[in-house]
Design a protein around this ligand. Structure first.
Ligand code: ASP
Length: 332
């Protein structure tokens, strides 16, 4: 029988109604006690490593979770992480970069309703996660939620209330899970190299969502305070340069200071192709500007934090940013 480690970090799944609203209260053991049939899947040990609403998650927590997995890696066949849904996609992306070549499943799950509620998605999500982790083919980081397994680099929370909270963005879901089986849609990874953990992130990455009327001098502030900015632009991607609000000029000084700029899109599906229009092409041609292509914004943000923990050299950042890791980027 497989041996799994359940790491509890908080979130709705662990929450109870308190005076000020829902907040995480249950321990890892208590969470598991709501799924007595869990023992049929595996020998499960649990550890409480955080107990927070995932709104409070920080990059330091991601390196901490990766470190916990590193220390226990040899002792278990897989890892289940219970986590709040609000930032789960960021954590899944972070673990996908911090843990290279995992030969074991690392599954994040949670729920829209507390596991202690009579009507809840938590028990199904937890059971599906155990089934998925025990099933053998599932090496790598995944979110398992509402009957789907989604690659850690491809997940996004798309519904704030429904059980079907997550979608796989610009990439097929990895598997379908029901009460009896796992049906894989994509081939699971089978890394030949040994797992490698890197436990450093540079949190000085800013995500700027453009709106019409925004003043470009925001880029001056960002370039003073941060090492990189991802600009969530419009459509396939562009930088406004028309009239008095000319972002291109500010982008020039930001990149000349050695900061990294990435054009991404506010549109959820299909990604950027910023060379298509003059508004995007000008920035790409004139300055050291990257684009996110089909990456999720969550993955792009964390990938930059991971790369920029090691280097700030534009050419090296560019090469690493466009290197496909756990299927995070398909086009360049
Ligand atoms: N606010 C909660 C959290 O992210 C929401 C959830 O878990 O569904 O921790």
């Amino acid at each position: 029988m497989k041996k799994l480690l359940l790491l509890a970090t908080g979130g709705t799944i662990a929450s109870k109604k308190m005076e000020n609203g829902l907040s995480p209260q249950l321990s890892s053991e208590e969470i598991l006690s709501y799924l007595p049939e869990g023992a049929r899947f595996a020998n499960i040990e649990t550890r409480q490593i955080l107990n927070i609403d995932s709104t409070n998650i920080q990059p330091e927590d991601w390196t901490f979770i990766a470190e916990v997995i590193q220390k226990s890696y040899e002792d278990y066949d897989g890892f289940i992480i219970t986590h709040g849904t609000d930032t789960m996609a960021y954590t899944a992306a972070a673990l996908s970069y911090l843990i290279q070549n995992p030969g074991k499943p690392i599954v994040l799950t949670g729920s829209q309703k507390p596991i202690s509620d009579d009507i809840t998605d938590a028990r199904k999500n937890l059971a599906d996660s155990l089934r998925f982790a025990c099933e053998g083919q599932a090496a790598g980081v995944y979110i398992v939620f509402d009957g789907k397994a989604i690659l850690g680099t491809r997940a996004r929370k798309v519904r704030s209330k429904s059980y079907s909270a997550f979608e796989s963005i610009n990439y097929p879901a990895a598997a379908f899970i029901d009460g009896r089986r796992v049906i894989h849609y994509t081939a699971g990874a089978s890394p030949k190299e040994e797992p490698a953990f890197s436990l450093h992130l540079n949190p000085r990455v800013f995500l700027l969502k453009l709106i019409p009327g925004m003043e470009p001098d925001i880029l001056d502030y960002i370039s003073d305070q941060y090492d990189a900015v991802i600009i969530e632009s419009y459509g396939v991607g562009g930088i406004p340069f028309y009239g008095k609000r000319n972002f291109l000029e500010r982008l020039k000084s930001l990149t000349q200071k050695g900061k990294i700029a990435v054009i991404a899109t506010q549109v959820m599906l299909e990604g950027s192709d910023a060379e298509i229009y003059e508004v995007g092409n000008q920035a790409l041609q004139q300055y050291n500007v990257l684009q996110a292509y089909d990456m999720t914004v969550e993955a792009a943000v964390v990938k930059l934090m991971w790369i920029m923990a090691e280097t700030r050299d534009y050419e090296t950042v560019r090469e690493k940013f466009y290197t496909c890791i756990h299927n995070d980027i398909l086009t360049e």
